[in-house]
Design a protein around this ligand. Structure first.
Ligand SMILES: Nc1nc2c(ncn2[C@@H]2O[C@H](COP(=O)(O)OP(=O)(O)O)[C@@H](O)[C@H]2O)c(=O)[nH]1
Ligand SMILES: [Mg+2]
Length: 224
């Protein structure tokens, strides 16, 4: 879980975009980079290479300082979806504070989605993450394509699961901010339980989301 450093008054969070290859994880981060305006936003690092001795992941650093003086830093990472990169996925998932699972809505991607989700569950267990308590959102991306699984079918197949579902077309930014905001709201609940962000820092859920999203949290052009 989150690292809370009392000496430097800093909370560091790790959020991971997980899912099958080509589902749109990198595109989600690129659109977030376009639209978010937190107090601190680093350059987005895209480490895509076809040399399998190199790590495949993307990184987007964000952060803000609460009125109480706490620095909240957040690293957004993607995992490589290709089956062969399982050890990289496991390393990236390790100590994650929250996960967006990006599924590909296309009918012909059903098996890939299911295999990737099973791999996610398996890796959670391997790195000691309790999936029942992990803040997570399931995103069905590529809603713009013709041969996709219907929303009703997606909802039916996840019925009973504890995670919120989001539908997106990350290519044009649709649903990307909503997904991230959903994750942050859940993350706040978990962090407040663990670190008493409300009582100790005077930080509300809305201020937490606003701090990490900036103007994008309150509307703005989310579909641009
Ligand atoms: N049609 C469509 N294509 C998308 C969407 N999101 C991503 N893509 C495309 O899907 C491909 C894979 O996206 P990428 O973000 O690299 O996937 P990753 O492997 O999960 O990181 C790229 O060509 C993207 O432009 C979407 O919402 N609709
Ligand atoms: Mg990628």
């Amino acid at each position: 879980m989150a690292e809370f450093d009392n000496d430097t008054n800093r909370l560091t969070l790790k959020l991971v975009y997980y899912g099958p290859a080509q589902s749109g994880k990198t595109t989600n981060l690129m659109r977030l980079h376009d639209h978010l305006s937190p107090e601190f936003k680093g350059e987005m690092m895209v480490l895509d290479t076809h040399n399998d001795r190199t790590l495949f992941f993307d990184l987007l650093p964000l952060g803000f300082r609460t009125p109480s003086g706490l620095l909240i830093k957040c690293k957004l990472l993607t995992v490589p979806g290709q089956v062969v990169h399982d050890s990289t996925r496991k390393a990236i998932l390790s100590r994650a504070d929250g996960v967006v699972f990006v599924a590909d809505s296309q009918v012909n991607q059903r098996t890939n989605n299911a295999e990737s989700f099973a791999n996610f569950e398996h890796n959670c267990a391997r790195v000691g993450l309790d999936l029942e308590r992990l803040p997570a959102v399931i995103q069905y991306n590529k809603r713009d394509l013709p041969a996709i699984v219907s929303e009703a079918e997606v909802r039916a197949s996840w019925q009973g699961a504890p995670w919120p579902l989001c539908f997106s077309t990350a290519l044009v930014g649709h649903g990307v901010l909503e997904t991230f905001a959903q994750l942050l709201s859940q993350l706040y609940l978990r962090l407040d339980l663990e670190w008493q962000l409300g009582q100790a820092q005077g930080l509300t859920s809305a201020a937490f989301v606003q701090g990490l999203m900036g103007n994008a949290a309150t509307g703005g052009d989310v579909h641009g």
